[in-house]
Design a protein around this ligand. Structure first.
Ligand SMILES: [Zn+2]
Length: 113
C-alpha cells in the first residue's frame, strides 16, 4: 500500500514536470520578443535586413550616420513592450546603430525615416 502510494506520487510528479515543460515552451513560442528574435535569425529576416541596409544606404534612422553592416540593430518604432505581437511587422522596423538603439530603448521617438 505504502509502495503503491509512493509510485503514484512519483508518477504524479513526473506528469507535473511534463506539464511545466509544455507551459514554458508555449510561453516562449507566444512571446513576441522571442518570435521577433527567431524571425531575425531566419533566412527571411536576414534577407530583409540586408535589403533594408542597401535601401537606406547604410544610414541609421536615428542619428543619420553611416552604420557597418555587421553592426546594426533592428529597432521597433512601436515598442513590443506596448504593442506586443502587432509590433512585429516589417513596416515597424528600422535599422539603427546598437548604441542609438540602446539610447532610445522603448521610447517612441522621431526617426529620420
Ligand atoms: Zn545611429
Amino acid at each position: 500500500m505504502y509502495l503503491e502510494r509512493l509510485i503514484l506520487r512519483q508518477e504524479g510528479e513526473e506528469i507535473l514536470q511534463d506539464v511545466k515543460q509544455v507551459l514554458t515552451k508555449t510561453a516562449t513560442i507566444n512571446n513576441p520578443r522571442q518570435q521577433f528574435n527567431n524571425w531575425l535569425k531566419s533566412k527571411e529576416g536576414q534577407a530583409w535586413k540586408q535589403k533594408e541596409f542597401k535601401k537606406r544606404n547604410g544610414i541609421c534612422a536615428y542619428c543619420g550616420e553611416k552604420m557597418r553592416e555587421q553592426d546594426i540593430d533592428v529597432h521597433h518604432v512601436q515598442p513590443i513592450s506596448q504593442y506586443g505581437h502587432s509590433a512585429n511587422t516589417i513596416s515597424n522596423y528600422r535599422l539603427l546603430h546598437p548604441s542609438c538603439n540602446s539610447k532610445i530603448q522603448t521610447q517612441v521617438v522621431d526617426l529620420l525615416f
